[in-house]
Design a protein around this ligand. Structure first.
Ligand SMILES: [Zn+2]
Length: 471
């Protein structure tokens, strides 16, 4: 007898009325789900999907949209391809619910980063399976998740399941370069996502370590990039006669202040929970500090420890990386202009203009011009205290009772930001668990996904989405 059967029989003993009388608990009219069949299908469809070369640029997502179109048509699920440029398209499908609850969107991007960097042991668009791993560009970013999301709708349609929410499947173009696919869709067909309550897409990270339990990180918040250019101008001259206030000298003094500046610490709710959750993985005294993070964050020694750890530092404050420097063309000529670019990343809740004003006072030199050179993007977050979050956590623990489930703040940016602005609660979540070694193949050579994770992933994704579709 497996553990699941034990818990079901306990549940029946505890709630005899529910077990005998409820049509929700037992629906004899529905055919049983042949999981083995669907798992085989998921693996072979993922191979087909990876073989469609959607390296971006140029993208060619239309071919991937046609792949989904054939699948959904065969299952009688209403769907449509939206071509917005030659070879570029978004794909939309919907399984209608009875409307008692608001829609749930499954969002995935069809494009992948290019794979011509070399170093692959199998061709990057072969979808070959070697030693239990399915290889190919997109295997973990994010054709795996896109295919698993598609499988949920296909299975639900074939099993004739009924839901309270519409289940929307949305596959977009161009996420890896310019987000044109989602931008076009939101501008031209906002009705497709109108009134949605929840959205699931990439941006989570589930890691299996050799020495401790699996960590499921659910992406609930993202920092926003703010690219800033500093320009110093001054009189130029001959290198033999130094100018104290030359453009390069002014710029270097300004940068010296910038790189030594530690923006103030601020704990957003997701990060607070993250530290509390991971406390059990840490040694003392750090574990206790993490458990009472709200207090310990006022202890300068503890903050210094966090600051020294790059994985923690980015979560507790806005950050700045100096990424570009430019001045001069000749060794004996003092140039009249020097520039630098900074990649700042802001926490949710931060106002970009205010950050630039603070930076201006840190630099303290009016002659340095400070410009934003990226469009302002709003840092964004969703609450981790929702029904969908609870369901995701429940289903993970049903499969792996020891797993650590925690909200995470992404240092990077996903399409979630565009949908959170529309009032939709967005989570970065995929059921696929990998080792850090496999995760490192994302955007790199030999990208791959364990076949057993695709097989278990179909069930987990189905369980989460179908549960959420009715509560
Ligand atoms: Zn991606």
């Amino acid at each position: 007898m497996n553990q699941r059967l034990i818990s079901i029989s306990l549940l029946i003993a505890a709630f005899p009325i529910l077990a005998s009388g409820s049509s929700i608990a037992y629906r004899p009219t529905q055919p049983p789900i042949d999981w083995n069949h669907y798992q085989d299908e998921a693996v072979s469809l993922l191979q087909d999907y990876i073989r469609i070369d959607t390296a971006n640029p140029p993208g060619n997502e239309l071919a991937a949209a046609e792949f989904f179109h054939r699948l959904f048509d065969a299952a009688d699920i209403p769907n449509r391809i939206y071509v917005f440029a030659p070879g570029r398209a978004d794909f939309y499908a919907v399984l209608k619910g009875d409307g008692a609850l608001r829609p749930l969107i499954l969002l995935n991007h069809m494009d992948v980063v290019r794979a011509d960097g070399g170093g692959w042991t199998v061709p990057p668009f072969s979808g070959e399976i070697v030693n239990g791993n399915l290889y190919g560009r997109g295997a973990v970013d994010m054709k795996d998740e896109g295919l698993l999301q598609a499988m949920v709708l296909l299975i639900a349609a074939r099993q004739h399941l009924h839901f309270k929410r519409d289940l929307v499947f949305l596959a977009t173009a161009d996420e890896e370069v310019d987000d044109q696919g989602s931008a076009w869709l939101l501008a031209h067909h906002p009705e497709l996502i109108a009134d949605a309550e929840y959205l699931i897409t990439e941006g989570g990270s589930n890691l299996k370590y050799a020495d401790h339990e699996t960590i499921y990180g659910i992406g609930v918040a993202e920092k926003a990039p703010l690219w800033i250019r500093l320009t110093a101008r001054s009189r130029g001259g001959h290198g033999s006669i130094p100018l104290m206030d030359s453009a390069p000298n002014q710029l270097i003094r300004a940068l010296n202040r910038v790189i030594n500046w530690e923006p103030p610490v601020r704990l957003i709710p997701a990060v607070k929970e993250y530290f509390r959750n991971i406390a059990r993985l840490e040694q003392e005294p750090l574990a206790s500090e993490f458990r009472r993070i709200q207090k310990s964050i006022h202890n300068p020694d503890f903050v210094e420890q966090l600051t020294e750890n790059e994985r923690f530092n980015y979560q507790i404050r806005d950050t700045i990386s100096l990424t570009m420097l430019r001045a001069g063309e000749q060794a004996n000529v003092i140039p009249g202009k020097a520039t630098a670019q900074l990649d700042a990343r802001l926490l949710p809740g931060e106002a970009p203009q205010q950050f630039i004003d603070e930076l201006r006072s840190v630099i303290g030199n009016d002659r340095i011009r400070i410009q934003s050179v990226s469009p302002f993007r709003i840092p964004n977050a969703s609450s981790a205290h929702t029904r969908l979050y609870r369901i995701i956590k429940q289903v993970i623990h049903q499969n792996d009772p020891q797993a650590l489930v925690t909200p995470v703040l992404n240092s990077g940016y996903t399409e979630s930001q565009m949908y959170r602005q529309r009032g939709i609660i967005c989570y970065g979540f995929s059921p696929v668990v990998v080792t850090p070694e496999v995760e490192a193949t994302e955007h790199a050579a030999n990208e791959r996904v364990p076949v057993d994770q695709i097989r278990s992933g179909v069930r987990m994704m189905f369980e989460i989405v179908t549960r959420a579709a009715n509560q």
